[in-house]
Design a protein around this ligand. Structure first.
Ligand code: CO
Length: 464
């Protein structure tokens, strides 16, 4: 039996350790080796890479994808997509979602891993449908969380729902790294007995449970895991590729990975890591093991946000109270998984409730939209007193929020006119308007400089 390995160094490891600031030029030289290592797939696009390319790195994310594709000819390229949110935070109309998925596939993506923060699959079905229409692999996600209403039956039902949508595989996404080995074993067993598509597991090393959780998941029949090459593994990133390859083979499975090539890849990334440590981009703090998340049952990232937020308000001494309030707010909201954007929304509201001394005396704009049903359906029962208090007589919507949105791709394309050179530019603009506009302008300036330079250069060429 074979266990598939997805390498995350270009996306999740990059995002978790150095805020997605690795420019294409830093890793261009190792793409062929990454292609030859025997990975099932290479996660290299989506998530925060798109935003980071445009905002910080002056790179066109689409061009980056085409350049990766040119060098990675055999291994499948994988991206992470937030369903109806694409790569942003608001909901986009269906025509935009379809166009984005189609262009992602046409520019080189083979596998789209698609999730919704609330596990409301109405928010991922359009992206899944378009992925399949484009002939690519649709991987449907289940965001993992623990709560009194999340049990094995519920997860098995979600697995069946995803299978009914036609997904080619399912990924359980433990974004906080809080899944323990026994939970992984039971969950994978439950899913494997209810669906026939392959089941993948995604976790992080944050709490230190990652490798042992993967081992038990594999024992239960898990088909694939996400790992990062060792110099970019551990801490808030994924467990190490080489160590897991070693362990999984010892357990009697094939991995398809070539150790010599893995060493070559790691030798390439080691000096890059040293460079990022020197520049301060890589903080040793994120490389360590952080077990508080297990005590408080909130993701590590959410905990550090809360601490920073309270410090800003000169209220660091209220942390324990806020942490006690957090599960109560989560319960009132029907136990949403604590993944972006819900983790921030729940944390902020818990802090407001404690610091103002009046629960929901002040309610954030985002929580209001959530209670209106604009994010999708809550996993559990929402506190009706709270709904009434915030919305008054207004009734929450029960239809999918995107059904209330008008198509906008052609309209925005026409508005942009010559500012956008192609449909990819239009999509970048729709997802990150201000950032993309600034990027277009800088690109124009950069190119006119290059043209001037080459004209001067030509004139200076000696005539022979
Ligand atoms: Co992740």
């Amino acid at each position: 039996m074979k266990v598939h390995f997805t390498e995350t160094v270009l996306r999740d490891a990059n995002q978790s350790l150095i805020a997605t600031r690795m420019p294409f030029s830093d890793y261009e030289g190792i793409l062929e080796a990454l292609d030859n290592a025997g990975y099932y797939s290479l996660e290299c696009w989506g998530g925060a890479t798109f935003d980071s390319c445009l905002r910080y790195l002056g790179e066109d994310p689409w061009e980056r994808l085409r350049k990766i594709k040119a060098k990675v000819k055999n291994t499948k390229l994988q991206m992470l997509l937030r369903g109806q949110n694409i790569l942003g935070y608001k909901h986009y109309p269906d025509d935009v979602v379809r166009k984005f998925v189609a262009r992602a596939v046409q520019n080189g993506i083979d596998i789209l891993r698609i999730f919704d923060a609330l596990n409301d699959f109405r928010n991922i079905e359009v992206a899944i449908d378009e992925t399949l229409k484009q002939g690519a692999h649709a991987q449907g996600c289940i965001c993992y969380t623990t709560s009194p209403i999340h049990n094995l039956d519920k997860y098995a039902t979600m697995g069946k729902q995803l299978e009914a949508l036609g997904v080619n595989s399912i990924c359980i996404k433990d974004m906080a790294g809080i899944m323990g080995p026994q939970e992984a074993y039971d969950l994978i067993k439950a899913l494997k007995s209810s669906v026939s598509v392959p089941v993948f597991l995604h976790t992080h090393s944050t709490t230190g449970l990652g490798p042992i959780t993967y081992a038990k998941a594999i024992e239960a029949g898990c088909d694939g895991i996400d790992t990062a090459i060792s110099s970019f593994s551990g801490g808030t990133s994924q467990p190490a590729t080489e160590s897991l390859n070693y362990a999984v083979k010892q357990m009697g499975y094939e991995t398809g990975l070539n150790e010599k090539v893995l060493k070559e890849i790691n030798d390439f990334f080691k000096p890059l890591k040293a460079k990022y440590v020197d520049s301060g981009l890589l903080d040793s703090f994120v490389m360590g093991t952080e077990t508080d998340a297990l005590v408080y049952q909130v993701p590590g990232g959410m905990l550090s946000n809360l601490i920073a937020q309270l410090k800003e308000q000169n209220a660091s001494d209220r942390l324990e109270e806020v942490l006690a309030e957090t599960p109560k707010v989560r319960k009132d909201l029907g136990y949403p998984p604590l993944v972006t954007p819900m983790s921030q929304m729940v944390g902020v509201q818990a802090a407001i409730n404690v610091l103002t001394g009046k629960r929901y005396g002040n309610v954030s704009k985002e929580i209001k939209s959530y209670l209106r049903g604009e994010y999708g359906q809550a996993p559990g029962e929402v506190n009706q007193d709270l709904v009434h208090k915030v919305l008054g007589e207004e009734k929450p919507i029960t239809i999918r929020f995107a059904d209330t949105l008008e198509p906008e791709f052609e309209k925005i394309k026409a508005e942009l006119g010559s500012k956008a050179r192609n449909d990819e530019d239009v999509l970048s603009y729709i997802v990150f308007p201000q950032i993309a506009e600034k990027f277009f302008k800088e690109r124009e300036e950069r190119e006119s400089r290059t043209v001037t330079y080459s004209i001067i250069k030509k004139q200076e060429d000696p005539i022979v």
